[in-house]
Write a protein of this length. Structure first.
Length: 237
């Protein structure tokens, strides 16, 4: 007869927990973990990129952490959730991580990206954090799952950063999101398109924070250069 130590049993249980990920309420066809609606003052949202977070960050703990950067830079918030949260819990609020939904990704991976987004948000809420769900979509096929796991009337976040070249598909998904989620407010990372409806609050991307103190002439030149992709970006993203 084979006997296992208590340490082995604990390790096995932890690995199973990390594999199964079924500890939170789920909704929808694909069992997306639910990020609950929370009362958050959108006027107090000041963004900081996940890549700029650090331990004991007294200077920036009033900020809200965003994940509008490359997936590989923040994958650990899902794979090493407990360890990552020890750094994240000091901040005012957290956007759920923006795992990619590229149109040319297999649909199974798109579903998994949404699952990871919602699981992290539900987990952070279970640890006492304020969470704003980030919403993204691919093509029309993703509409079957990409809006699941978010309560109707929630504050949500979307990203228009470098999306002007595919504004049509973005707006198609955005309007569907308004119809399904009916958000009370939308935090838009980068400038909203003129066609976007809703209670929108625009926040300046981390990469453009250096433009805050430009005079009107410098600001106009920056906007022209940005539209023509001639902007110098000072950012670790």
């Amino acid at each position: 007869m084979r006997f296992f130590s208590s340490e082995y049993e604990k390790e096995k249980a932890q690995h199973k927990k990390e594999l199964v990920r079924n500890e939170f309420k789920v909704v929808g066809k694909y069992n997306m973990p639910l990020i609950k609606k929370q009362d958050i003052d959108v006027d107090k949202i000041e963004p900081i990129s996940f890549v700029d977070t650090k331990n004991d960050d007294e200077q920036n703990k009033h900020k809200t952490v965003h994940f509008f950067t490359h997936d590989w830079l923040f994958e650990k918030v899902y794979t090493k959730a407990d360890d990552s949260f020890e750094r994240l819990k000091q901040y005012h609020a957290l956007f759920s991580p923006d795992f990619s939904l590229f149109i040319d990704m297999p649909l199974a991976l798109q579903i998994h990206s949404v699952f990871k987004n919602r699981w992290c948000g539900a987990y952070w809420q279970s640890r006492g954090a304020k969470v704003i769900p980030t919403v993204a979509w691919g093509d029309e096929r993703s509409f079957e799952f990409c809006f699941d796991g978010i309560e109707e009337g929630s504050i949500v976040a979307v990203c228009t950063y470098y999306r002007k070249h595919d504004k049509g598909p973005f707006m198609y998904g955005y309007n569907k999101m308004l119809e399904v989620i009916k958000p009370s407010a939308i935090i838009c990372y980068d400038e909203p398109f003129d066609e976007m409806k809703g209670n929108i609050k625009y926040i300046l991307p981390t990469a453009y924070e250096w433009t805050k103190n430009l005079n009107w002439q410098e600001k106009a030149k920056f906007e022209y250069d940005k539209q023509n992709r001639n902007v110098i970006i000072y950012d670790s993203d």
